[in-house]
Design a protein around this ligand. Structure first.
Ligand code: EPZ
Length: 420
């Protein structure tokens, strides 16, 4: 149950995490795949869906557009058999900017899409110019007025599209539109995140003809229609990575079930360099703190580089590791918001534009801190797990957008967290 915005979290620091935990399904794979259901016909089920606020927003969006969608027990049942509308409601797009993922599928399926401009957020302005450039190349006419993007095209025609930046959302939006275009499209400099790959597998299972999957150049042979089939979502690599760092910070040892190693290779490489003991066996990961970890330097990049969604959590880890570490954030322009709050807990962090220098200290101290965004929130929870005393964390709704039962999972591993 997603509770009200005023919830507050109390974390008593000091307990090493231990035990076994299962990962949830990936939020960032689920959202585009839910949007892709607009392209399909028929009834089918999506499983391993995390129970998150953002997922419920997208499910509401589908129902508003005429796609029947119901969420029960980590499964979404889809019934796409009726006439679709092509206007996405403002209140849902502003609730979650990933709702803009419906633009490409709506345009391809109905010939029209009217979607409010998604706002920026705490981590950046989040423009959509690359999305719109791709739609234009596919033959859509675009009007932006009164805060809405209106797209229309009698028929989408295949195109060669080079992305100015390997944007995850733009790759997914353009890819979905190209599935029903006439002819064969090429998307170069495409994003290669595992969530993009999962979307391609879902679409191909529904009858799309996408090749070059897991590469920076996707080939999409347009088809006339897609028929949805049951599909299981990949595990959430960012939730798994966040739990791994919480374990190292608390000097614990845990076993995480439902893990795909190749989704985590850049993180595992960095943590092993620092001295973490990490073993993988089939779809399980074992991580243990054995000796004091050494400092390190990371730069965030599009996949397969180090993920920007793990940057804040790494800053919290570096804060309690002896020595000087550094982070360069190359993906978003304003993604160091957690630094201010970590400094309130005693962390020694200097920010120089896109560069952060972290001088590790012996122990953080508890404090009252506020979450500014999803991953910054997770970083503060992890920091509070090792701070001396009990910390109070506000704006919990950020965490609930992307982490299913995070504090319940941590308490099951020995943490002492209370939420009012
Ligand atoms: C996706 O956002 C993820 N969200 C983000 O996760 C993730 O941080 C991001 O990819 C990068 O990996 C979902 O999948 C729902 P981008 P997206 O387009 O698609 C610029 C989380 O914490 N850009 O790859 O919006 C943009 O400003 C969230 O779960 C343009 O300039 O990210 C940014 O600097 C946060 N023009 C960079 O590209 C465009 O048209 C990467 O953005 C699009 C993007």
């Amino acid at each position: 149950m997603i509770k009200h915005k005023k919830q507050v979290m109390f974390v008593e620091g000091g307990t090493p995490l231990s035990g076994t935990v299962s990962s949830s399904g990936a939020k960032n794979a689920t959202l585009p795949i839910l949007a892709a259901c607009i392209l399909t016909n028929g009834s089918f089920s999506l499983t391993n869906i995390p129970n998150l606020a953002d997922i419920h927003v997208m499910v509401s969006m589908l129902n508003e557009l005429g796609v029947g969608a119901t969420f029960t027990n980590n499964t979404v049942h889809i019934n796409n058999t009726s006439q679709l509308h092509h206007t996405a409601p403002y209140h849902l797009v502003t609730a979650m900017r990933a709702s803009f993922f419906v633009a490409g599928p709506l345009l391809a399926k109905t010939g029209h899409a009217c979607v409010p401009l998604p706002g920026g957020c705490a981590i950046g302005t989040r423009p959509i110019d690359i999305h719109l450039d791709g739609f234009k190349k596919l033959g859509a006419t675009i009007h932006i007025d009164h805060g809405n993007v209106s797209l229309s095209a009698n028929t989408l025609r295949a195109a060669n599209i080079h992305l100015a930046y390997p944007s995850v959302g733009a790759t997914e939006n353009i890819l979905m539109a190209a599935c029903l275009a006439e002819g064969t499209s090429y998307i170069s400099n495409a994003a290669q995140e595992p969530e993009v790959t999962d979307l391609c597998y879902f679409l191909n299972k529904a009858g799309a003809k996408i090749s070059g999957i897991n590469s920076s150049c996707l080939t999409i042979e347009g088809v006339r229609s897609l028929k949805g089939l049951d599909y299981n979502i990949i595990p959430d690599r960012i939730e798994i990575g966040t739990l791994m760092l919480a374990t190292l910070m608390t000097k614990g040892s845990i076993h995480i079930k439902n893990v795909v190693e190749k989704h985590l290779s850049s993180l595992i490489t960095v943590l092993k360099q620092m001295g973490a003991a990490i073993k993988l066996k089939q779809d399980s990961l074992f991580i243990e703190y054995k000796n004091p970890l050494t400092s390190n330097n990371i730069e965030t990049h599009p996949f397969p580089g180090f993920p920007t969604d793990m940057q804040a959590q790494m800053m919290a880890l570096f804060s309690v590791i002896n020595g000087t570490s550094s982070i360069t954030e190359t993906v978003f322009e304003n993604r160091f918001q957690q630094a201010q709050e970590l400094k309130r807990m005693g962390a020694e962090i200097r920010i120089l534009k896109d560069h952060a220098i972290i001088q590790g200290i012996e122990q953080l101290s508890s404090a009252e801190v506020k979450m500014s965004d999803l991953r910054a929130g997770a970083a503060l929870v992890n920091a509070a797990l090792v701070a001396k005393g009990t910390s109070t964390l506000f704006n919990l709704y950020h965490l609930q957008r992307g982490y299913e039962c995070y504090w319940e999972k941590l308490n099951a591993l020995g943490a002492k967290i209370r939420v009012n």
